[in-house]
Design a protein around this ligand. Structure first.
Ligand code: BES
Ligand code: MN
Ligand code: MN
Length: 457
């Protein structure tokens, strides 16, 4: 065993204690009252990087949340890895559905329960501890490293995109290493080579100038909630095909090889249904569940409101109705273009009895990593050494838009070495992260840094 691996084995408790300290900070980026917690988390990470004998550690202010940065690049002939992660988390609500407090990390049955345990504090922390395992065991970090940790991933990285554009030289690297995805299954390591993009819309349908008595006016005046439902129903047909004109124009179709590779993955649809308490799956006709959930575009209502929601029955014809609608995108769909197409189509569906407003929220491009990239092979080898299991390559349906930006701006591939599980309940109550995967993640990351120079082409 290398000294770095031995250090990890000997310091598990210390690592866990430090992760708990980070998890206790409610660094929720969507909550504007949590600015001080955001800074607290960023400073905690700066302190962590300061322990690593790097040549540069810096907290960059942005118009939003700060960016944590560190680097150490002593080698001329070894690859440079840019480690990316995010220290912001989703809100914890609904809090009453948590079995333990979201910001008081608790271990139960081998799982660390806390908001951010998997997405992404726990996963991002594995790399910091891997770097520590070299330095504190009296060794050198075996590759050039740069570390960038942002506090706005969950709100669409509005300030990181301009930051990487204006710090291209500083961030120059051979690859990006990210742990912010899930493995294919428990004890089944996988490298994610595709992520979906996102276009996120908010719509409002406005009818009469005030809420009306549904007996006095109902039947004679348009009901915006009815209209909204009818409009939403026209966004997809009964085969699950999205009806927005032009929506599929730039979709790169799945090749036979893509489809065969996905079909060969050990996916258990029965277990999938069981884990969700559903009797049947659903989706676009002609595609498998894995394809639908990771490699085909989607359109979903995320929230809908309007009218009376309180106790009992209030007879009312609401003056307004609204909805939040997201579209997951695949290569080469452009989120801005898709948002425009959505707006145009949605507006065209409106009867002249209502006014419609369509607003665009943050989005991002999908990404696919080149499977021949040497960094991916090193990642797979590192996983295999620690998990003692052959690595699978899969696509995932979630979005990390900055991956496409890293490719566009820095010209590099990202290695998505996730240590999470789909059962981690990210963004949900009772988010968790396996203790064992936290430790194996640290070891896998350290192993990756150790073997990467040998893979360099
Ligand atoms: N880590 C997730 C993305 C993810 C989760 C990818 C699971 C693959 C598997 C990330 O923090 C996230 O939540 N992304 C958002 C998009 C972002 C623009 C707010 C998402 O996918 O909804
Ligand atoms: Mn994440
Ligand atoms: Mn997330």
């Amino acid at each position: 065993m290398s000294e770095s691996q031995a250090y990890i084995e000997a310091n598990k408790e210390k690592f866990l204690k430090e992760l708990f300290d980070l998890l206790r900070i409610p660094s929720i980026s969507t909550d504007s009252t949590k600015k001080s917690e955001i800074h607290q988390a960023a400073n905690f990470l700066i302190h962590q990087l300061n322990e690593l004998d790097l040549s540069r550690v810096e907290l960059f202010d942005t118009p939003g949340n700060p960016i944590v940065y560190g680097e150490h690049c002593p080698y001329d002939d070894r690859p440079t890895v840019l480690v990316y992660g995010h220290y912001d988390v989703q809100p914890s609500d609904p809090d009453d559905l948590w079995d333990t407090p979201p910001f008081e990390p608790t271990i139960k049955d081998g799982l660390i329960y806390a908001r951010g345990s998997s997405d992404d504090k726990g996963q991002a922390f594995t790399h910091i501890k891997a770097l520590e395992s070299f330095v504190k065991s009296g060794n050198k970090i075996p590759v050039n490293v740069k570390v960038i940790l942002e506090g706005e991933e969950e709100i669409g990285s509005p300030n990181l995109v301009p930051f990487i554009e204006s710090h291209k030289e500083m961030l120059e690297c051979d690859m990006v290493l990210i742990s912010d995805t899930a493995m294919f299954g428990k004890d089944q390591p996988s490298i994610t080579y595709g992520l979906r993009g996102l276009a996120y819309m908010e719509v409002e349908v406005v009818g009469p100038n005030r809420d009306l008595h549904s007996g006095v006016y109902g039947g004679a005046v348009e009901n915006p909630l009815n209209v909204l439902c009818e409009m939403i129903a026209k966004l997809k047909d009964e085969d699950g095909v999205i009806q927005i004109p032009g929506f599929y124009d730039s979709v790169i179709p799945l090749t036979e090889a893509d489809r065969e590779a996905m079909a060969a993955l050990p996916f258990d649809e029965e277990a999938y249904k069981k884990s969700l308490d559903i009797d049947a799956v659903h989706g676009e006709k002609g595609y498998t569940t894995l394809e639908r959930a990771s490699a085909r575009p989607t359109l979903d209502v995320n929230g809908i409101w309007g009218g009376y929601q309180g106790e009992g029955a209030k007879t009312v014809l609401p003056s307004k109705a609204g909805a939040k609608i997201s579209m997951r995108l695949v290569p080469d769909q452009n989120p801005k273009e898709i948002a425009q197409l959505f707006k145009k189509y949605f507006e065209s569906l409106a009867p002249d009895t209502v006014k419609v407003k369509v607003e665009e929220h943050h989005g991002g491009f999908a990404s696919v990593t080149d499977l021949d990239f040497y960094g991916l092979k090193a990642g797979a080898k590192a996983f295999e050494e620690i998990y003692d299991k052959e690595v699978l390559f899969s696509r995932e349906g979630g979005s990390i838009p900055i991956v496409a930006d890293f490719k566009r701006v820095l010209g590099v591939e990202s290695i998505l070495m996730g240590f999470g599980l789909t059962s981690n309940a990210i963004h949900s109550p009772n988010e968790n992260f396996s203790l064992e995967d936290f430790y194996r993640g640290i070891k896998t990351s350290a192993k990756f840094f150790e073997i990467l120079p040998d893979f360099k082409e």
